[in-house]
Design a protein around this ligand. Structure first.
Ligand code: ZN
Length: 455
């Protein structure tokens, strides 16, 4: 997931940061009933901002609602769900007439299907991101001004520093580490840079964090003494989490979010997955799909509460979540609502004939090494073709193991065959990226019917 890139000018809104910061701190201690009015006021501002977008004016008219009648979460049900395709097709019609006033800058979401969605990020959105991160990291002991490291590739690409390992930014007290250049023969330099800068917090996408941990373990290198790691942007499966935490002897706090800021879920130190109800308005809409162990999956539908230049109402973000019984409480005592787990992108899902939705196929090459690339193609509801780019160690035994492991994940109802291909034998999307899953089976989607708002 692309992230909001902070620069010094983002800290030029001290009043807005302090005000939102106070509210966000209060919400860690007070039940949502105590700040319901605060959130309804944010929602009314969002709806008013939507009234300044051509797309939404048309949609309100089509639904027969006036913006002044959309005041609470429940009122929003009068609008249809907003699909990603509509945002893509709508383009500038979703931008508010006064977007410039909010210092909006365009950003693009990537999406594994490779169709970027243009999106405006404004100063309210940047303030939100800053305040939210400070709150989440604060739960692990991080205080503003402390040093941290971040594994990232775009930072180096944009600056023409493609092969450089590390870049220290003293003004942000941030050590950037190049996730795209990380290899077996230079992992030592990454760990040494973190030790030299006395880094205690490390942030990154789940997979580069995992590779750093794996390489450090494999080479038996000394790791810096971290207080916590923060993973974002990808589905962090338990097996990967365990290996990262073992390698660094520190907790990973995961978080789920998207550039559009229409949904946000964070992990607390007690392991609870809390919904950021003050960041966005979340709605969990039933789908017809289940997890491999049979629990129902809900689509995450979100409404932005802070962005004023491109507000999104009832946006089907394309991710799935497994819920907990209503009223579930966390050991940490933070009253923000809980979910059981985020199940990742529907775009990376394989749907089996018995209705399971499997989103963790990307772990197969972790468990059975020896492939340089992999792609899962479901060109028939009953058949999954695995295309692998084999290395020399991928012998017949490994191949059987690979198929058996994938079969365990998808269950017995899907027939699996494996094809060995050259590196260019994997199908690319329009941006050149190789999607993990290509499927003709309809994706898990929100279906009409009762939805549940996270309080
Ligand atoms: Zn908790």
């Amino acid at each position: 997931m692309p992230e909001i890139e902070f620069s010094l000018r983002d800290f030029c809104h001290p009043v807005a940061i302090a005000r939102l910061g106070r509210a966000f701190t209060r919400h860690l201690h007070e039940p949502h009933e105590a700040w319901q009015a605060w959130r309804d006021a944010r929602l009314c501002e969002t709806v008013a901002a939507a009234g300044r977008c051509p797309f939404w004016r048309e949609r309100f008219a089509a639904a027969g609602v006036a913006p002044s009648n959309l005041r609470t979460a429940a009122d929003l049900r009068r609008l249809p769900l907003l699909r990603k395709e509509e945002v893509r097709a709508g383009g500038a019609a979703l931008h508010a007439d006064d977007a410039e006033r909010h210092r909006a800058r365009p950003s693009f979401t990537s999406g594994t299907t490779g169709h970027p969605v243009p999106f405006l990020v404004d100063r309210h959105a940047r303030v939100l991101e800053f305040v939210y991160y400070r709150r989440h990291w604060g739960l692990a002991g991080f205080r503003l001004g402390q040093r941290f490291a971040q594994l990232n590739a775009q930072h180096f690409l944009r600056r023409g520093m493609g092969e450089r390992v590390a870049h220290w930014q003293p003004h942000l007290r941030r050590l950037m580490l190049n996730s795209a250049a990380l290899r077996r023969d230079n992992v030592h330099d990454y760990l040494a840079a973190m030790r030299a800068h006395r880094i205690r917090f490390l942030k990154g996408l789940a997979s580069p964090l995992f590779w750093l941990a794996e390489l450090a373990t494999e080479r038996q290198l000394p790791v810096p003494p971290l207080a916590a790691l923060f993973s974002t942007g990808e589905n962090l499966v338990p097996a990967r989490r365990a290996r990262i935490e073992h390698a660094f002897a520190a907790r990973v706090l995961d978080s789920y979010g998207l550039l559009e800021q229409a949904a946000s879920i964070f992990e607390c130190p007690a392991g609870g997955q809390h919904v950021n109800s003050d960041y966005a308005l979340h709605e969990f809409v039933p789908t017809e799909f289940r997890t491999p162990d049979g629990s129902p999956l809900h689509a995450i539908v979100g409404t932005t509460l802070h962005n004023r230049s491109m507000p999104l109402l009832r946006y089907d973000v394309g991710d799935l979540v497994e819920l907990l019984p209503a009223g579930a409480r966390c050991r940490c005592a933070i009253p923000l609502p809980l979910v059981k787990a985020v199940h990742g992108r529907t775009e990376d899902a394989v749907v089996t004939p018995d209705g399971r939705c499997v989103t963790a196929l990307f772990v197969v090459p972790d468990e059975v090494p020896g492939v340089a690339g992999v792609q899962f193609l479901q060109d028939d509801p009953l058949h999954l073709r695995i295309r692998v780019v084999p290395t020399a160690e991928f012998d017949a035994a490994r191949e059987r193991e690979f198929i058996a492991f994938a079969q365990q994940l998808v269950g017995p109802a899907l027939r699996i065959t494996l094809e060995r291909v050259a590196a260019d034998g994997l199908k690319r999307g329009p941006t050149g990226k190789v999607p993990l899953v290509l499927s003709v089976v309809p994706r898990a989607r929100a279906v009409a019917g009762g939805s549940e708002f996270a309080p």
